[in-house]
Design a protein around this ligand. Structure first.
Ligand code: GLU
Length: 546
């Protein structure tokens, strides 16, 4: 077989350059010793999974901590999965979480283009070289041929795929190949695998440690019939020429590792280090399963923006999943910037990371409680501008008023910060009662109408906006006494049946009447913030609704 002639017939010289050209065009990067070049290589499907952030954070930390480079490559070889605007979604959703690329798609960089579809020439040059070396060949098998092979293999319990005796086009004669070409039959280019599935090697995975890898024996497709490479082939060439040193990626790629090892070897490239991240799982009833794009809204990065989780909180939570010693560090240095944590691959989990939204909420509460009221204002406003209702957007018009609300709800100036806020959506909903437009009380009292009417009327007679906190409370006590409620808690506890209730029941009635809620921050301050007119209006409304 004249492989040179076949290579020229399939991929003419005018379409490609000599291989040395590419080596020169993409030289080794000039980086300090130990610096890692990492990447995120998503397909532009328009959907960003929590797993993308997980992998992105790991790669970003490793690159930046080592003085290296973190870049974005768009793996758009699968036309069917491509979605308009997907690259923007990648940038915006990751930027929200503070993950920024140094170079890559839609950014500048010397190692581009960073879209695989724009790199066809390099893939063709290397496919041509493999054909010349007799290590790749055209395959004319149709879908039906392949389907028949699959059926036969399934029936006979044989390893599926295109290999050995099933790799029919591997042994086509020169005449047969040219005849097929002349007949205009569509073809793909396949690797002529040199591997043997009986041979196993020990492989050092950066995350999983030593694993056993079986050699690849599949004649995988490297160029599809439209000349577009497969992911396997493209990624090997790209990681080589973009000078990637370390690939942290999802463990779903572990099964392809044998193919990748063979491809790098056959292409004469040095294999980067690989680390296969465990998948993110959740508890679903009795079982533990992978976080699913279809079933779980929290699998999508959009979810966190829509809910208004603070990016810092999500990042902190993700670090607890990513590095086993992170929580200990966080306890020791709760106020240090996250980037001061020394990230290490060796502390990454080897089996599934368990996603727990309650824990995220917990971390978020603490995170939000540490913000100032100004920071909280800005954060909530940004969320409301994008996702809030018109009424919620209007909360931000009177900044002074809102800052007072936030200071109260966050316990600023008090002994301890309150942890009422989890995310922007919930926070904005929580403060809804401070605004008449969203004040929609569902009064739920524990007393009868006559008692309530009397207490609310007595309080309205006694209330004076100018009273300080203690004068105000004296009046609440007076109203309690007028209505036979206990004000001395000791006496009340000794004889609870002797009273309709105690002073805190009276305070609760006033709280519900004013806010619609039985649980709020300090009621006197709420009334101060609401203002005299609004307090009376609310008490009247509550009385009228009895
Ligand atoms: N394009 C692959 C994906 O969508 C990337 C796999 C890798 O990182 O090597 O996940």
């Amino acid at each position: 077989m004249d492989w040179n002639k076949l290579a020229e017939a399939l991929i003419p010289d005018e379409n490609v350059k000599d291989l040395e050209y590419y080596e020169k065009q993409y030289p080794q990067r000039d980086l300090p010793q130990g610096a890692q070049v990492t990447r995120l290589a998503p397909s532009p499907t328009g959907f960003m999974h929590l797993g993308n952030l997980y992998v992105a954070l790991a790669n970003e930390r490793i690159a930046h901590q080592s003085g290296g480079v973190f870049y974005l490559r768009i793996e758009d070889t699968d036309e069917k999965r491509k979605v308009e605007g997907a690259v923007e979604v990648i940038h915006t959703s990751l930027k929200y979480f503070g993950v920024a690329f140094d170079e890559g798609a839609d950014l500048c960089g010397e190692y581009g283009p960073y879209y695989q579809r724009q790199r066809a020439e390099i893939y063709h040059a290397y496919a041509k070289d493999l054909i010349k070396r007799g290590l790749a060949y055209p395959c004319f098998c149709t879908e039906e041929d392949l389907e028949k092979t699959r059926e036969y293999q399934t029936e006979n319990k044989l390893l599926p795929g295109y290999y050995g005796e099933f790799a029919k086009c591997r042994t086509l004669t020169e005449e047969e190949i040219y005849e097929n070409l002349r007949a205009g039959k569509p073809y793909v280019i396949r690797l002529r695998s040199q591997g043997d599935v009986e041979v196993k090697h020990t492989f050092r995975d950066e995350v999983k440690g030593e694993i056993t890898v079986t050699e690849n024996n599949q004649d995988v497709v490297i160029l599809k019939s439209d000349g577009i490479p497969t992911y396997h082939f493209a990624h090997a060439i790209d990681d080589h020429f973009m000078r990637t040193t370390l690939v942290i990626r999802g463990e779903e790629w572990l099964s392809s590792l044998p193919i990748h090892i063979e491809l790098f070897k056959t292409l004469g490239f040095r294999l980067p280090k690989y680390g296969h991240n465990c998948s993110i799982q959740k508890i679903d009833g009795e079982t533990r399963r992978k976080l699913s794009k279809r079933k779980d809204p929290e699998a999508s990065l959009t979810f966190y923006r829509e809910q208004g989780y603070h990016p810092g909180a999500v990042r902190t939570y993700m670090m607890t999943l990513l590095n086993s010693n992170f929580e200990e560090w966080l306890l020791k240095f709760p106020d240090k910037p996250l980037d001061e944590f020394k990230y290490s691959i060796s502390k990454m989990g080897k089996s599934g990371a368990l996603f727990d939204i309650l824990k995220l909420n917990d971390i978020s509460k603490t995170y939000m409680s540490k913000l100032s009221e100004e920071e909280t204002y800005d954060f909530l406003k940004a969320w409301a501008d994008e996702f809030g209702s018109d009424a919620q957007k209007a909360y931000f018009a009177d900044k002074e008023y809102l800052l007072k609300v936030l200071a109260l709800c966050m316990g600023i100036g008090g002994k301890k910060r309150r942890k009422d806020f989890i995310c922007a959506k919930q926070a904005v909903e929580t403060i809804g009662y401070f605004f008449d437009e969203t004040f929609s009380p569902k009064y739920a009292y524990k007393f009868d109408k006559a008692t309530l009417t009397k207490i609310l009327t007595d309080f309205q007679t006694a209330y004076d906006y100018k009273d300080d906190c203690s004068a105000w409370f004296d009046k609440v006590k007076a109203v309690a006494e007028q209505n036979g409620f206990a004000t001395d808690m000791k006496a009340y506890k000794a004889n609870p049946e002797g009273y309709p209730g105690n002073v805190s029941d009276v305070a609760e009635i006033l709280r519900i009447a004013t806010t619609g809620l039985s649980n709020t921050p300090d009621l006197w301050t709420i009334m101060q913030i609401l203002g005299e007119e609004r307090v009376f209006a609310r008490l009247q409304k509550a009385t009228a609704c009895l």
